[in-house]
Design a protein around this ligand. Structure first.
Ligand SMILES: Nc1ncnc2c1ncn2[C@@H]1O[C@H](COP(=O)(O)OP(=O)(O)OP(=O)(O)O)[C@@H](O)[C@H]1O
Length: 464
């Protein structure tokens, strides 16, 4: 798979630069530490305590969680019991997966059953949904046929690439399985027919290739996966494109919808278009916040929010952090200001080219930058293991200015992945922002505590 090789080469090149850049980074960090100390020693030391405690707990946890029947990582089965092909099994062991998570062991027997079963599945962020559907995709490929048979749709370019890279790793011992990305930047010769077995892409491109250029025969697709299914159904543009693709699929096509969240209307619609679906809901949403501690910091203005970030920069860069802003403009402004103050930060928003977006994300993945500033474009699905902190520079709102609780859950789910602990910090600079924060707290029924450096009681309670 050429594209996988290309991605690997790019990453190893970046890794070889790591040592050089790390030196610069540590200089910046040293400087930051001094600045932060000067700015607010109490706040900095509070954050350090929270984070250190969080990191220590994370290390202890995974095996304990596997034994706990209430944990999303609990498993009673081994991968062998799931009857995967030996080459695929070898691939997942090579990735370091020892045992299936709950969504994997619950979904896979149904996904691999004959006759194929449809499914609408919900499981919290970071619990291994990708491997669940990718293993089903790989298992269903018939390599004797040389046309696309499996189609997986993702809402963003980055997520499609990440899913394809995970699929390539799982299929590393199945060289006969061929995969193609249908994303911006990938071209096809109109009039030709694609021969790859699996297509992973974004809806617009797949629609072009299926209906305009006719290089994919959608009538021959036998497995259709909709990742982040709720946003694909609820967002106008994605919705129309997905429905047009869905209409072309044959009646017998196996349909698999996955997401961490589904609201009532979206679930009803999903059930309407996925006939006789098996529905798996592993946790109520509020339970999925158990491994992420949430805080808010009161600020009086945008400048004070910036100051708060400055104060905690030294602490948040113990691991890696993602900072979410409401608009590209704020993300750009924040990144510019932090860079000019000597911090090493990356920025990723929709105004970059796809190549730039991928390069930024690759650098962040290998740790060249410890802080990534972004917008909702990265709120879903992106998996970077070392992210210990998510900061909401702006709280997520819908078009009417109300709390967007689902986006909040997806954003903070960029940390606390696969049994790790995470920390979410919300910066509040107005009564409206406070009201949104309270609405989110009420919705999930989980406390969002004030991070108040003067409150020694709070420091004592951290981690309890
Ligand atoms: N069985 C397993 N054992 C160990 N690690 C696993 C296993 N399954 C998945 N992982 C790892 O867990 C992390 C999270 O998985 P994944 O990205 O699939 O989560 P997700 O449920 O799709 O989350 P989101 O809702 O945010 O998209 C990944 O780094 C993945 O490699």
């Amino acid at each position: 798979m050429d594209w996988a090789k290309k991605a690997e080469d790019q990453v190893s090149k970046l890794v070889s630069n790591l040592e050089i850049d790390k030196k610069d980074d540590s200089e910046a960090d040293k400087k930051t530490g001094e600045e932060a100390d000067g700015a607010s020693p109490a706040e900095t030391s509070l954050m350090l305590k929270i984070i250190r405690k969080g990191l220590v707990e994370s290390k202890l946890d995974l095996e304990v969680q596997r034994q706990d029947p209430n944990s999303p990582l609990h498993s009673v089965k081994t991968f062998e019991k799931l009857h995967l092909k030996p080459e695929i099994l070898k691939g997942i062991y090579a990735m370091g997966f020892n045992a299936p998570s709950k969504i994997q062991e619950t979904a896979l027997p149904l996904l691999l059953a004959d006759p194929p079963q449809n499914m609408i599945a919900q499981s919290q962020s970071g619990t291994g949904k990708t491997a669940a559907f990718v293993l089903a995709m790989l298992s269903r490929v018939d390599t004797r046929l040389t046309h696309p048979q499996v189609l997986c749709l993702s809402p963003t370019y980055e997520l499609a690439i990440q899913t394809g890279e995970a699929a390539a790793k799982m299929a590393q011992f199945c060289p006969e399985i061929k995969l193609k990305f249908a994303v911006r930047g990938e071209d096809v010769e109109p009039g030709t027919k694609l021969t790859e077995h699996i297509i992973i892409g974004t809806p617009g491109k797949v629609l072009d290739w299926g209906l305009k250029f006719r290089v994919i025969d959608l009538k021959k697709i036998r497995v259709f996966v909709l990742d982040e299914a709720d946003v694909m159904i609820a967002t106008q543009g994605h919705h129309d494109q997905c429905i047009r693709i869905h209409k072309q699929l044959p009646a017998k096509c196996q349909m698999l919808f996955f997401s961490a969240t589904y609201d009532k209307d979206v679930m009803e619609f999903a059930q309407h278009i996925v006939p006789e679906a098996n529905i798996i809901r592993l946790q109520r949403e509020e339970e999925s916040l158990d491994n992420i501690k949430q805080y808010y910091v009161r600020c009086r203005s945008e400048d004070e929010k910036y100051q708060a970030i400055q104060n905690i920069y030294g602490s948040i860069t113990i691991g890696q952090a993602i900072i979410f802003c409401h608009t590209r403009k704020t993300a750009g402004w924040l990144a510019g200001k932090m860079s000019s103050d000597g911090h090493s930060v990356a920025v990723l928003s929709g105004d970059l080219t796809v190549e730039q977006r991928l390069a930024v994300l690759d650098r962040f993945r290998v740790g060249l930058e410890k802080v990534l500033i972004t917008t909702n474009v990265l709120s879903r699905g992106i998996d970077v293991e070392q992210v210990t902190i998510v900061v909401n520079f702006d709280l997520p709102m819908d078009a009417k200015g109300r709390a967007d609780c689902e986006t909040y859950l997806h954003r903070i789910g960029r940390t606390g992945r696969f049994g790790k602990n995470g920390i979410a910090i919300n910066l509040i600079d107005s009564e409206k922002a406070m009201a949104i924060c309270s609405a989110i707290e009420d919705h999930f029924k989980k406390p969002i505590k004030e991070l108040n450096a003067d409150n020694s009681e709070e420091i004592e309670k951290i981690g309890s």
